[in-house]
Design a protein. Sequence first.
Length: 284
Amino acid sequence: MSALTEVASGYRPGRTLPLRVELVRQLKRRRTLVMGAVLAVLPFVLLTAFAIGGDPGGRNGQVTLMDTATASGANFAAVNLFVSAGFLLVIPVALFCGDTVASEASWSSLRYLLAAPVPRARLLWSKLVVALGLSLAAMLLLPLVALAAGTAAYGWGPLQIPTGGALDTGTAAQRLVVAVLYVFVSQLVTAGLAFWLSTRTDAPLGAVGGAVGLTIVGNVLDAVTALGHWRDFLPAHWQFAWADAVQPHPEWSGMIQGAALSVTYALVLFALAFRGFARKDVVS
């Protein structure tokens, strides 16, 4: 019995499946490259749309963020974030987090990883950290490309506020960073859903699709005004609270409530994923 429980010399559980190894594996995957290409191309699609459609202007005397898209590179970056935060940026988060454990199971390589031996908690931790890192990188890629493309097309200038006033370039850059970080935090619920589903199924598409589907359901429920204050408990209700940061006098209360709600839901889902996987009978 002692021979069976003896640990091999030099074995360190904390050094198994290093983050750099997992990161390189995920960066080389086709879906990572395709998703990066899609996010990098979107700003140029919008540039083409504005070039064809002409300079946007206010309608019925009302000026929206979309109407200021061509005012400067900063405005164009903000518009790209606005049109993407509700759905497009959900996809890379669900993809990177939902395709973690489930993909290994679908390839029948999960049991071999655990037999290496890689402790289950270590395997989940490495995959989760890399998935969240790639999700954040995807969210940074879009506005950075949009800022560069918008500056080349419309010039570098202050961020024009639809309600009046403007933010100087330095302040605008800082506020856009805050907005991107908030969007990332608000998507932690989707990340938690996808990651938990990835530990429950051997089908990556099921985990990714399930997370995206539940996120869409949350958006639909938030549109039901009859729910009243119950909508405050929906993460989707706060997904555009980042717009309060790009105002002359920023309002932080909505972002604080939204971030607290998202982090709480995400921590519960991550805990369920780790607890369930620790007890799961892995046969794939």
